[in-house]
Design a protein. Structure first.
Length: 154
């Protein structure tokens, strides 16, 4: 075999080998990037569970007449608190708004400083046994967390 043919055949072999190597390295990098991206995008509900539990404990301590509590955060921006309490349900709307503001301030103290909470909702039900509340039969109060954050200087 002449030298030129042998060298060109060797070059073609090296190019094919390099292409296969590059392809596998690119695939490995793409998979690594996906894993890194997915681990960085934690499920928001998982990251807030500890703060939601602290919030429940604090509400039970601060409001002993409350029989059931549900705390949740939607899309890391909206706080939802549902309280089952005949006593709180029977209070005036002014008292309900005051409670909503108190709970908003409590959330700002319990959740990390860099949280993304913007607004929230307090739902008060006279049904003390169920976590699932018919909103039409409950009292609903807005929690303007952004305004409370400004007032509290956080």
């Amino acid at each position: 075999m002449p030298l030129l043919q042998r060298n060109s055949a060797h070059c073609i072999y090296l190019m094919k080998y390099s292409f296969k190597k590059m392809k596998s390295i690119t695939t490995l990098l793409a998979i690594s990037a996906c894993i890194l991206f997915l681990s960085a995008c934690k499920d928001n509900s998982e990251s807030n569970i500890q703060y939601e539990e602290q919030m429940k404990d604090s509400i039970f301590k601060y409001y002993p007449s409350v029989a059931s509590i549900t705390v949740g955060v939607k899309e890391n921006t909206e706080l939802s608190i549902t309280l089952g309490s005949v006593d709180m349900f029977s209070k005036t709307d002014d008292a309900g708004r005051k409670t909503a503001n108190e709970l908003g301030m409590m959330a700002l103290r319990l959740f990390p400083k860099d949280n993304s909470l913007e607004k929230g909702q307090l739902i008060v039900s006279k049904d003390e046994k169920s976590d699932h509340v018919n909103v039409a039969e409950a009292k609903v109060y807005n929690i303007n967390i952004d305004s409370l954050r400004k007032v509290m200087g956080k």
